[in-house]
Design a binder for this molecule. Structure first.
Ligand SMILES: *[C@@H]1O[C@H](CO)[C@@H](O)[C@H](O)[C@H]1NC(C)=O
Ligand SMILES: *[C@@H]1O[C@H](CO)[C@@H](O)[C@H](O)[C@H]1NC(C)=O
Ligand SMILES: *[C@@H]1O[C@H](CO)[C@@H](O)[C@H](O)[C@H]1NC(C)=O
Ligand SMILES: *[C@@H]1O[C@H](CO)[C@@H](O)[C@H](O)[C@H]1NC(C)=O
Ligand SMILES: *[C@@H]1O[C@H](CO)[C@@H](O)[C@H](O)[C@H]1NC(C)=O
Ligand SMILES: *[C@@H]1O[C@H](CO)[C@@H](O)[C@H](O)[C@H]1NC(C)=O
Ligand SMILES: *[C@@H]1O[C@H](CO)[C@@H](O)[C@H](O)[C@H]1NC(C)=O
Ligand SMILES: *[C@@H]1O[C@H](CO)[C@@H](O)[C@H](O)[C@H]1NC(C)=O
Ligand SMILES: *[C@@H]1O[C@H](CO)[C@@H](O)[C@H](O)[C@H]1NC(C)=O
Ligand SMILES: *[C@@H]1O[C@H](CO)[C@@H](O)[C@H](O)[C@H]1NC(C)=O
Length: 868
């Protein structure tokens, strides 16, 4: 039998596409699911139990919904993502966040790998009450649009790299209670409402917290910023470049507890705090205050524990008669103090006057207040609770209850700690106790907490403690446990003792799996696959052999051009017009019966999902099978780098033809390696138009169709919006390109190829650091030239947003340029003969096998058109 002239008969039956959907009674509104998928699609890591399509009903970690009925649009989803084991969560906050329009709580804190800017679309989350992005890697300006989140009560953007100015629009957040912008690179002045009608922070009459320390704020603190209608408790503008004097209006805010304005260039006189009966902590150190006497409030206010006025030019007397019992520390080091009253019988407080004239008098240096306190490194570590710790294995630590477990850790930081004896254990015990109370109250299975390593951070001046939270039921927390603990701390639900507020927490990475390599756990976990594709709809895909019933030719056919029965594309390379289908012909049924020995079973080489029936297509036999077979090694063909480039080019040209030259254009919708056929010369041919869609002009760009395609290749945007464009094919093609370089299936052992490449890829390294996932076969001989460009192109094809993906024509150009880079002519014979196989009718060509079912008459019969 002549292999070269084998004939396959395709029996295309009246078929029905069997679509089985798994969308059984989802409890999640599709917009929310779609938004979530899109938002997290490019993220390197997601919670392990995010499997399926139903975040609300599926109990996804960090997601809460308020109403489980799918018909209702009032679902609230609270997202709490944290970093996951070993891997840093890397990604950006995309504009897709706006889809989650019922969101009331958004907490992405402690994800240092979340970078980029905050999209202005965040302003569309009108129901947001709490926005917490503490300790991430965000940069760029705080978007103006945050000012339209008028329901916000909690806004924490601290410890990022935000720059630009504080937007005036924040003045519209009239419900905000907590406003934390500290530890960023924010510059400019503090905005107050002005005559141009712009709002400002003076309008935040419900705010209790202005936390803006450690930035680059300049200018004066506006007189208008404060007034007696405010409820401010904590005013923190430390470590900025503010100048001028403290506005008198600050003293009208009688609720003030903490005033922290140190490390600025403020001058003039100290504020008059004589009626501020709630004040507990005042730090105005390292400024230019030059009062000639220390005001009496420094010693007499009933609640005041800590006064730090170090490094100013304060002069005159410090009158300690009638001092308040609450006082613990007065630090006036590096000033111009000349007198102390009384001189003897000093109260039992920590008084520091070193580097003042009073301490330069002869003999004065003997006074304890003149000594620079020798700061022994303060030490504290939660002791064992009446038990003896036993040694623990590997990453386990003995808890205060002597139980070996893996704790959740982080830094508990006080910005205004108001106890000065860091060796006095009773303060730490109190923090431990309140933490445990909170965890118990919230039914979190916590065995115990441990505090250790108290220290002052010399950059921020903050007081830091290491916190370890030990699980009680198991030796590790699960994601729910960690998320809940982190949420309590990032959203200030935990209330520490007075002497520790205001505090923040910076959570560390948590390893849920005990250091086992990622892969060993994730094989059982299909959840780590790309969002949009996750088990959406189970497609029964029409395989390329669908409906085929093959019969072997018994007789040797003559090798002769005019006897070649197969249709061909004839392209006029110079005119640029669409290639035309030439030479298609009819076969008599009797002839076919003869060639196939009466359709004998023994001649079958495959059959497809349509079954057998009456209509047939005769195709050219494609001896080298599918690209999938070749990549998996099944076909025994050695696919070197150059061959792969040519396959890529062939497939790209086929698709470009469908998109740009076919009339009307065709979206293939099922590009995948098992639909790319390889002929004798390993030229690629795009096959299987079972899901293809013709685009009439009016539809271009906004065809709404039921989502179909193959898992792993499915364009997430198409999936979410159901809007089909040519770019969906580009996405699938991008996945195919990654398949070509890695020889991996798009989803293998629960890992999605696109994510894997993003995870490993590092453009600063050799071969983009992809060695571990590249198919070793292409590395066998020489270095695969142009591979970086190829991968970069693939990454553009799999961009989340269709608009960011190249067109197939651009892809063709780029691959051609890569092939030139390799030193070949992309238009050489073997490359140009690539074409689409089982092609649609190319516009006006009337195909002989027409079928009434098909709404488009020029369509090749196996191309099914979706009913709209
Ligand atoms: C603030 O709110 C007012 C009224 O609610 C609105 O007109 C104005 O545009 C808002 N300003 C900003 C800067 O968002
Ligand atoms: C405080 O400032 C706000 C906004 O500027 C203003 O509406 C309010 O009347 C002021 N209250 C007092 C007592 O001045
Ligand atoms: C405070 O500093 C500003 C410049 O920052 C200066 O113009 C002003 O005179 C100073 N005022 C006092 C009272 O020192
Ligand atoms: C504080 O400094 C300013 C500017 O140098 C000066 O005018 C003022 O007299 C000083 N005040 C006192 C009390 O020394
Ligand atoms: C300190 O205050 C007491 C009473 O308030 C007063 O009698 C005394 O004269 C003051 N001392 C100085 C040096 O001003
Ligand atoms: C430690 O601090 C507690 C609470 O303030 C206090 O009651 C106790 O006297 C202090 N102990 C010592 C030794 O200073
Ligand atoms: C600090 O507290 C420790 C332990 O409570 C105590 O031994 C020490 O004397 C205290 N130091 C001061 C300066 O009060
Ligand atoms: C425990 O929770 C209840 C209500 O849920 C709350 O009223 C109480 O203050 C909480 N106690 C602590 C210590 O957090
Ligand atoms: C001290 O604080 C700065 C700024 O917040 C931070 O970058 C740094 O990591 C902290 N250092 C330590 C040792 O915690
Ligand atoms: C996580 O831990 C909590 C408390 O131990 C438990 O109730 C919950 O079922 C656990 N979740 C999972 C998914 O195992």
């Amino acid at each position: 039998m002549d292999q070269q002239h084998k004939v396959i008969l395709l029996l295309v039956l009246l078929f029905q596409v069997l679509l089985v959907t798994s969308q059984t009674a989802s409890q999640t509104d599709n917009r929310d699911y779609s938004g979530l998928s899109s938002l997290t699609q490019s993220w390197s890591n997601r919670p392990q139990n995010w499997v399926g399509t139903d975040p609300c009903g599926g109990g996804w970690d960090g997601i809460r919904c308020s109403n489980s009925r799918i018909t209702q649009l009032t679902e609230k989803i609270a997202i709490i993502f944290r970093r996951l084991p070993n891997l840093d969560l890397r990604g950006q906050l995309s504009s897709a966040i706006q889809s989650l329009s019922e969101l009331d709580t958004l907490d992405l804190s402690y994800n240092t790998g979340l970078t980029g800017t905050i999209p202005p679309e965040i302003g569309n989350l009108k129901k947001l009450k709490s926005l917490s992005l503490v300790g991430c890697g965000f940069s760029g300006p705080i978007p103006d649009s945050i000012g339209s989140l008028t329901q916000l009560t909690f806004l924490a953007l601290n410890s990022n790299r935000f720059s630009g100015t504080i937007p005036h629009s924040l003045g519209n957040l009239s419900n905000v209670n907590w406003l934390d912008l500290a530890e960023n690179e924010i510059e400019g002045t503090i905005p107050v409402s002005d005559d141009q009608g712009r709002p400002g922070l003076d309008l935040l009459l419900n705010a209790q917290h202005f936390h803006m320390g450690n930035n680059k704020l300049t200018g004066t603190i506006p007189e208008k910023l404060f007034n007696s209608s405010m409820k401010l408790e904590h005013v923190l503008f430390d470590h900025n470049q503010l100048e001028g004097s403290i506005p008198r209006s600050l003293s009208t805010v009688s609720t003030l507890e903490v005033v922290y304005l140190s490390h600025n260039q403020l001058n003039g006189s100290l504020p008059d705090f004589n009626r501020m009966n709630s004040l507990t902590y005042v730090d105005l150190s390292d400024n230019g205050f030059n009062d000639s006497n220390i005001p009496s409030w420094v010693t007499t206010l009933p609640q005041l524990t800590t006064v730090i006025l170090q490094k100013n030019q304060l002069g005159g007397a410090l009158n300690l008669s009638g001092y308040s019992n609450s006082l613990q520390l007065i630090n006036l080091e590096d000033n111009e103090i000349t007198e102390l009253d009384p001189v003897n019988n000093l109260p039992n407080i920590e008084l520091r006057l070193a580097n003042n004239p009073i301490c330069r008098e002869s003999g004065a240096s003997e006074n304890s207040y003149c000594k620079q306190p020798v700061r022994n490194p303060s030490y504290y570590s939660t002791p064992p609770n009446n038990c003896s710790p036993s040694p623990c294995s590997s990453d386990h630590i003995s808890s205060p209850n002597c139980k070996c477990a893996f704790p959740y850790t982080g830094l508990l930081i006080s910005r205004a700690v108001s106890f000065s004896n860091f060796s006095n254990a009773s303060y730490y015990r109190e923090i431990e106790q309140t933490l445990m109370d909170t965890f118990r109250n919230q039914s979190i299975p916590v065995d115990s907490v441990s505090l250790s390593d108290p220290s002052r951070n010399s950059t921020s001046d903050n007081f830091e403690l290491t916190l370890q939270v030990f699980p009680s039921l198991t030796d590790r927390f699960n994601a729910t446990g960690v998320l809940t603990i982190a949420f309590l701390l990032s959203n200030q639900i935990y209330k520490p003792p007075e002497f520790f507020i205001p505090y923040i927490f910076k959570g560390a990475n948590y390893d849920f799996f005990g250091g086992e390599p990622e892969g060993s756990k994730s094989s059982s976990n299909t959840g780590v696959i790309v969002g949009a594709v996750v088990a959406v709809v189970v497609f029964v895909v029409l395989a390329f052999l669908a409906g085929m019933y093959a019969i072997r030719q018994k007789r040797r056919a003559k090798r002769s051009a005019d006897l070649n029965p197969f249709a061909n594309w004839e392209q006029n390379k110079n005119s640029g017009t669409a290639p035309q289908l030439k030479g298609a012909r009819w076969f008599a049924f009797d002839d076919l019966r003869k060639y196939t020995n009466n359709f004998s079973e023994s001649n079958t080489i495959g059959s497809g999902g349509y079954g057998k029936g009456e209509q047939m297509l005769v195709y050219e036999y494609i001896p080298n099978g599918t690209l999938m077979d070749s990549l998996s090694g099944k076909s025994g063909i050695w696919m070197d780098w150059i061959r792969r480039l040519k396959v890529a080019l062939g497939a790209a040209r086929g698709l470009a033809y469908l998109h740009e030259l076919a009339n009307p254009p065709i979206i293939h919708r099922d590009i995948k390696s098992s639909n790319i056929l390889l002929d004798h010369h390993l030229n690629a041919k795009v096959a299987d138009f079972g899901l293809s869609k013709l685009l009439v002009d009016s539809e271009r760009g906004h065809v709404t169709t039921q989502v179909k395609g193959t898992m792993g290749y499915l364009d997430p945007e198409y999936y979410m919006t159901q809007q089909l464009t040519e770019k969906s094919d580009v996405y699938s093609y991008g996945v195919l390109m990654l398949e070509l370089v890695t020889a991996r299936r798009p989803i293998e052992q629960g890992k999605y190829i696109v994510r894997e490449v993003i995870r490993v890829m590092d453009t600063s390294k050799d071969l983009y650091n992809l060695h571990s996932i590249l198919d070793p076969t292409i590395m066998k001989t020489t270095r695969p030239k142009g591979l970086e460009k190829f991968v970069m192109l693939a990454m553009r094809c799999v961009k989340e947003y269709a608009a960011e993906r190249p067109t197939m024509a651009e892809v063709v150009k780029e691959i051609e340029s890569i092939i030139e880079l390799v030193g070949l002519n992309p238009n050489s014979e073997s490359a140009t003969t690539s074409e689409t196989y089982e092609e649609a009718g190319g516009g006006n060509v009337q195909h002989p096998y027409r079928e009434e079912d098909f709404s488009y008459s020029g369509l090749f019969p196996s191309t099914r058109v979706e009913p709209q």
